[in-house]
Ligand binder design. Structure first.
Ligand code: ATP
Ligand code: MG
Length: 557
């Protein structure tokens, strides 16, 4: 990250440009837009663009439009239009009355294309897509003029009208701008402005048989909406001369300017709608909102608060050069956000039964447990202590290494909020696996302290076997094990262990319907109730793990 990325979101080069344009009076107010193509769900990269565009509008007292760039009906769907609106709102932004669609401007764009034809600046080309590609030239070689480049205005107008009327099949003709086949910028070598496409459009239905290219729709849509700063990612830099050419050569109502910033890349993550679509279609994940997906819907379902996402975007900043953010930084911000407010609960993910032999059968002791260590206003709840309990399998070792301070034969530990217990016996199954521990407890240590002042080194969490509730817990790991997965063959790089499902026991407080928000399972991480939960079966998703000092000690030992 560069020094442009400090936590002070007020300072980045785009905001500097906006501030200068307002100060100089170039613009009376700022108008931005977020322009998604509705061909998939929004991902983390889009969140950067959303926070930038809507953030600038908020900070400078302007407005930000949500505009769908719906110019390619073969890939676009109403489902995506709906999901994108939901996700932008969830992230915390509001476009007010400014919900727009490039398709709203199809009639105007068509009229402007006719203007270009009349001015001798556009022509209908009968060459195939392949012929156009082959005659475009290379970075070092000029392209060749199309044999159809010098058609008369009348013929061009007639053919263009018949393209619109649906007289020709897909690919038979295109409308091209007449700029310069020798231009150093390939985007200016007579770019395609319109193509024939017989397809159903989610909004205009069958009305159109031709559709404008991104380049012909985008800048003009900006101009129609009086966008002042059209902010997009760096890959569009080479398109800016074409953006400006269209604005300069058409009677548009305003003069927007395009500015480019670096897209968000993150380790172990592919932020590309093409890849994400294939993950869904190929059944590699359960859907667009699978919690392993870097989509906003997936992150939301995983339990990531919108606030954490906004904070993450703020911290990574906006730069002019591409870079890759470490996914650990994302986890860090999520953890930090959740730590502040998430109530603490106890859940045992891999249960090992413990029988307290000197504790009366059928007796239930209700122990006080604080809901948040740093926020007394969250209060205290009661958790039931009984003769049979579950502890984490990992919290017991028969032959512990030196630095393992949890339960072992003959060893005394503290049960969180409860009593000291000592392991007196180990029960194994026929295969030699530990299946149960026999323990004793010291009634004088209720609440976690011994009156005689003796200390124990380990404190472990637990859940009552009779009062606890079974739950399915879904543990998510990296979707891609490689830090820089290759988008070209992502399928072979999927982590086979990206989802681990365990049968857990959770404390009874988690059965309440008020427990839908994110919470910390003590010593485990942050979790959220999944929408697959039913009254009879709770399901939790792990949002992010804790940095677990216990695991570190075990590794050292
Ligand atoms: P993808 O590359 O995933 O297919 P896209 O750029 O085709 O995405 P659009 O719907 O066209 O998706 O994007 C809408 C806006 O979001 C554009 O202005 C684009 O520049 C921006 N955007 C897309 N990906 C990123 C990213 N990784 N980081 C920042 N902005 C992004
Ligand atoms: Mg795009």
């Amino acid at each position: 990250m560069t020094d442009e990325s400090g936590s002070d979101a007020g300072a980045d080069f785009i905001r500097d440009i906006v501030a200068a344009d307002l100060a100089s009076g170039k613009h009376a107010g700022v108008v931005t837009r977020f322009p998604p193509e509705p061909n998939g769900y929004l991902h983390l990269g889009h969140a950067k663009s959303i926070c930038l565009n809507f953030g600038i509008a908020e900070e400078f007292g302007g407005r930000c439009h949500l505009r769908f760039d719906d110019t390619n009906p073969t890939k676009e769907e109403q489902e995506y239009i709906d999901a994108i609106q939901r996700d932008v709102r969830w992230l915390g932004f509001d476009w007010g009355t400014h919900l727009h669609f490039a398709s709203d401007y199809f009639e105007q764009l068509y009229a402007w294309a006719q203007d270009l034809i009349r001015a001798g600046k556009a022509y209908v080309d009968d060459q195939t897509q392949e012929e156009i590609r082959l005659t475009r030239g290379t970075l070092t070689e000029a392209g060749q003029n199309s044999p159809f480049r010098n058609r008369s205005v009348e013929e061009n107008l007639d053919l263009f009208a018949r393209m619109r009327a649906g007289e020709f099949p897909n690919g038979a003709r295109v409308l091209r701008a007449k700029i310069d086949m020798g231009s150093g910028n390939i985007n200016l070598r007579d770019p395609v402005l319109y193509r024939i496409l017989h397809a159903h459009h989610p909004r205009t239905g069958e009305a159109w048989k031709i559709y404008p290219s991104y380049d012909f729709a985008h800048g003009q849509s900006d101009a129609i909406e009086h966008i002042t700063h059209s902010v997009c990612t760096l890959e569009f830099s080479d398109h800016r001369p074409l953006y400006d050419w269209c604005i300069d050569n058409l009677p548009v109502p305003s003069t927007p300017h395009q500015y480019e910033f670096a897209r968000l890349n993150m380790t172990h993550t592919l932020l590309s709608k093409r890849v994400l679509t294939e993950l869904v279609r190929g059944g590699h994940v359960s859907g667009w909102d699978d919690p392993r997906m870097p989509t906003l819907a997936g992150l939301q379902r995983r339990g990531v608060p919108a606030e954490a996402l906004r904070d993450f975007i703020k911290r990574i900043g906006v730069a002019k050069a591409n870079s890759t953010v470490d996914i650990g930084m994302f986890d860090f911000v999520v953890r930090e956000t959740l730590n502040k407010s998430a109530p603490r609960r106890m859940a045992v993910l891999r249960p090992l039964k413990v029988v307290i032999e000197n504790y009366p059968e059928g007796q239930v002791d209700h122990l006080d447990a604080v809901n948040h260590p740093d926020d007394a206003s969250q209060g205290v709840r009661q958790i039931p202590f009984t003769r049979e309990l579950y502890i984490e399998h990992d919290d017991f070792m028969e032959n512990p290494p030196k630095k393992f301070f949890r339960l072992a034969p003959g060893r005394e530990v503290r049960l969180r909020y409860g009593y000291f217990i000592t392991c007196t016996d180990v029960v194994k199954d026929a295969a030699g696996e530990v299946v149960e521990l026999r323990c004793t407890y010291d009634p004088a240590t209720r609440g976690g302290n011994a009156p005689d002042g003796r200390k124990v080194k380990g404190t472990i969490h637990w859940v009552s076997a009779s009062e606890g509730i079974p739950a399915e817990v879904r543990l998510y790991n990296l979707l891609f094990t490689s830090p820089q997965p290759d988008a070209a063959n992502f399928a072979s790089q999927l982590n086979p262990d990206s989802l681990e499902v365990v049968s857990a026991m959770v404390e009874p407080a988690l059965a309440g319907t008020n427990e839908a928000g994110p919470m910390q399972f003590e010593r485990q991480g942050y979790f959220v109730r999944d929408r697959d939960s039913t009254p009879g079966k709770l399901v939790f998703n792990r949002t992010v793990g804790l940095r677990d000092s216990y695991a570190k000690v075990a590794a050292e030992g």
